[in-house]
Design a protein around this ligand. Sequence first.
Ligand SMILES: NC(=O)c1ccc[n+]([C@@H]2O[C@H](COP(=O)([O-])OP(=O)(O)OC[C@H]3O[C@@H](n4cnc5c(N)ncnc54)[C@H](O)[C@@H]3O)[C@@H](O)[C@H]2O)c1
Ligand SMILES: N[C@@H](CCC=O)C(=O)O
Length: 520
Amino acid sequence: MAERFRVTYATLSDDDPRLHAGYETGVDLARTWLGATITGHISPGETEDVPSVEVTSPHDPGVVVSRVRTSTDRDIADAIAASARADRSWAATPWRDRLVIARRVAELISDRSNELAALMSMENGKNRLEALGDVEEAADMIRYYCDQMEANDGYDHPMATLNPAERTRSLLRPHGVWAVICPFNYPMALSAGPAAAALITGNSVVVKPSHHGAHTAAKLFECLREAGVPDGVAVLLPGGDEVGAALVAHPGVAGVTFTGSSAVGMSIVRDFGVDYPKPVMAEMGGKNPAIVSDKADLDAAALGVARSAFGFAGQKCSACSRVYVVAEVYEEFLASLVAVTESLVIGAPTDRDAFVGPVIDAAAVARYREAVSHAERNGRIAVGGSVLGGSTALPGHYLAPTVVTDLPVDDPLFHRELFVPLTAVAAVADLDEALRLANADPAGLTAGFFSREQSEIDRFLDRIEAGVVYVNRPAGATTGAWPGVQPFGGWKRSGSTGKAGGGRYYLPEFMREQSQTVVM
Ligand SMILES: NC(=O)c1ccc[n+]([C@@H]2O[C@H](COP(=O)([O-])OP(=O)(O)OC[C@H]3O[C@@H](n4cnc5c(N)ncnc54)[C@H](O)[C@@H]3O)[C@@H](O)[C@H]2O)c1
Ligand SMILES: N[C@@H](CCC=O)C(=O)O
């Protein structure tokens, strides 16, 4: 086993050659997995021979990463039935025993972080440090949720009594079959995290990955099996959007954690639980602002904004896609941001030095082209603006990191989540105007602020409407939360529950309270 390194999203220095040697060994192993057929639960009578989707690497459309077999309606119905049967004994398994298994899963993930990260780099284009971070975040989420279960005594507590002959306890109990629907951009952390939370709290879980995360999810399922999660307790159901829709429409699903776009998330929030209310956790899109005061360290601000705007080519829900800068320092900040942006290395995600990799698909390239041409007509491109893919070195969906200026503050580029490496910058009169604009958007996921003045910091923290906020963070103005450190969840259009993953209030969302009074 390769030596372990703990890479987080705030890891800025990566000059240890052993880290890179480990990852490169992972690349060699992951290459041998390319082209595999990804299947999940296949019902008796169904075969592998149903429509499958060929998933190619965003870096190189000539590389087939996987063939994802589409789960059939029968697979889905049978998987949910099997999951419901398995859940009875899983829910009855003492929670401490469930934690032993979950912690084994976390160790297996950490042991395999190099090959899992390398596979992810090929599957969705995430660069090596970010992919290693995604894998390690998955393991740390599991560890954190285990610690939370222990810290809360399995959420089983004695209550007061009104009669000496009576004993009452309050306990949180699982719901049953829990669906986890995952986005393409964090295929380990955002499948393993919610799935582990569901399992630790005694639910069985059915996971529907994105096509560009299905291979990584299949490797997660190998860890679950090897750690001892019983058959049926965790089921993989690969497929497209229609599989996700069929899963949430099935009456046997008791709860759902969805992570993805606001449009899909809001439709699930509206439609899930027709006969009676059922828990739905929807973690959705962002349009995350950074505010730069005239009292800021402008170099730190430029670095933090660039890392958050262009890390994973702008494809994080937490990406910084709009920046409001107090007019006095606007030109100086912009020059610094342009310089940092020009210095970013664009390259194959498995390359050691690459910071910006490809975007996920041709649809993302089309969104970028449209946004750039809109910015050229209505504002100014300060840096970037070109489609780079198609060369021998960069055959896939590569885009230049782009900073757009001189747009009116109500321009759609300040409000549409684009999920490409493009950020819009505007000058504002003061912090009050910046806060008003930041809060005017219906999204409320993350936000960042740069200022050295405490009274301004207090005002920002008091008034900003977002679930995850950072002040003076060059490692990421709006990105880079870590489980147990920064609970991650959105306000307003960005999240449905007001509680956050990787935080103290997450596990109870997967359970329902029962008070039990017994007269002796
Ligand atoms: N708030 C967060 O924590 C968070 C984290 C990561 C990504 N995101 C958001 O996710 C989006 C990017 O991911 P994406 O492009 O994979 O999102 P997406 O909404 O297109 O897809 C997410 C998942 O939902 C499935 N799906 C699609 N239609 C469905 C339906 N009608 N019913 C059930 N499932 C359906 C997809 O197949 C996929 O597995 C961005 O908007 C980003 O901001 C949010
Ligand atoms: N947790 C990640 C974002 C996940 C969304 O895509 C961050 O904090 O940057």
